[in-house]
Design a protein around this ligand. Structure first.
Ligand code: PAF
Length: 278
């Protein structure tokens, strides 16, 4: 496995490779990331993973300061997963002073849920993804469905810039108790970690009841169910159509409907989602 810090050296190394798969990450890797690497290894000639904690996408300074950094362990996981190339740039490599930030218009999909609760987050995320795409020039790029709205925004970015990149989604990978794997899980105290299973439990219970109730009744039930896990403070829980993330008040079974949740457990913010109807 080759490790690059320098973007020009990485671009030169990749210039004669024919099918490049790319998994952008912020490190603190877990089996969710590993599953994306494996998807890429199976489909591509070369798999590149970037590890870069992107300051531009943190709307909360403390979140950036506390974001877990476990580079040595990450490198071992990547090597074991069959990754070929790792890119670990410094901030100046990605944000040289002469390059200004882009302001994108992604329309309605960036204004709801995470977009509403984390102002500037998607614009900062899209800036780094565009810069990384520009350096790596992948044929395929892999993004996890836990960050489903991010996946939608990245697809929109590729469309907007007319990039020849196929965005491949990776299924959510869960712990044994259902908690969606996330780098932030390692910041939970043991009590918070135990109660965090309530997020999945709630999503699952709603999915199992979705044939019988209307959306508002289901959401009221969700709020009640979450009270069994008093450390979980819900930020939002809502249904939305999978294709445009539009909020819905009637469950239309002819369209793909998803349930989205964001919560705080102590200082840690977690998100999750579940497909309710195909
Ligand atoms: O999902 C993430 O880890 C980040 O948002 C990404 C895509 C690596 C951009 O910084």
């Amino acid at each position: 496995m080759r490790v690059f810090k320098d973007k020009l050296a990485l671009s030169a190394f990749l210039s004669d490779k024919s099918k490049v798969g790319f998994v952008p990450t912020m490190g603190a890797l877990h089996n969710g990331h590993v599953s994306l690497i494996k998807l890429s290894v199976n489909q591509c000639q070369v798999t590149v993973c970037s590890i870069f904690v992107n300051p531009a996408q943190f709307n909360d300074k403390n979140d950036l300061l506390n974001y877990p950094r476990t580079t040595e362990k990450d490198l071992t996981l990547l090597e074991e997963a069959g990754c070929d190339v790792v890119f670990i740039p410094e901030v100046e490599e990605i944000y040289p002073p002469n390059l200004s930030m882009q302001n994108y218009d992604f329309g309605a999909i960036e204004k709801v849920m995470e977009g509403e609760h984390r102002p500037g987050h998607f614009n900062g995320m899209a800036n780094v993804v565009q810069r990384l795409f520009d350096i790596v020039k992948p044929n395929l790029a892999f993004f996890g469905e836990k960050d489903f709205q991010q996946l939608c925004v990245v697809k929109q970015l590729v469309k907007l810039l007319d990039l020849p990149i196929t965005i491949v989604p990776g299924a959510i990978i869960r712990e044994d108790d259902g908690l969606a794997m996330s780098s932030r899980n390692m910041l939970l105290t043991s009590l918070e970690r135990t109660q965090a299973s309530g997020i999945y439990n709630t999503l699952l219970q709603i999915k199992n009841r979705s044939n019988t109730s209307n959306p508002q009744e289901l959401l009221d039930f969700a709020v009640e169910n979450l009270k069994k896990y008093p450390l979980i403070k819900p930020e939002y829980i809502q249904f939305a159509y999978a294709d445009n993330l539009e909020n819905l008040t009637v469950l239309d079974k002819s369209r793909s409907v998803m349930l989205f949740i964001a919560v705080k457990l102590g200082k840690v913010r977690l998100i999750d989602n579940m497909l309710i109807y195909e």
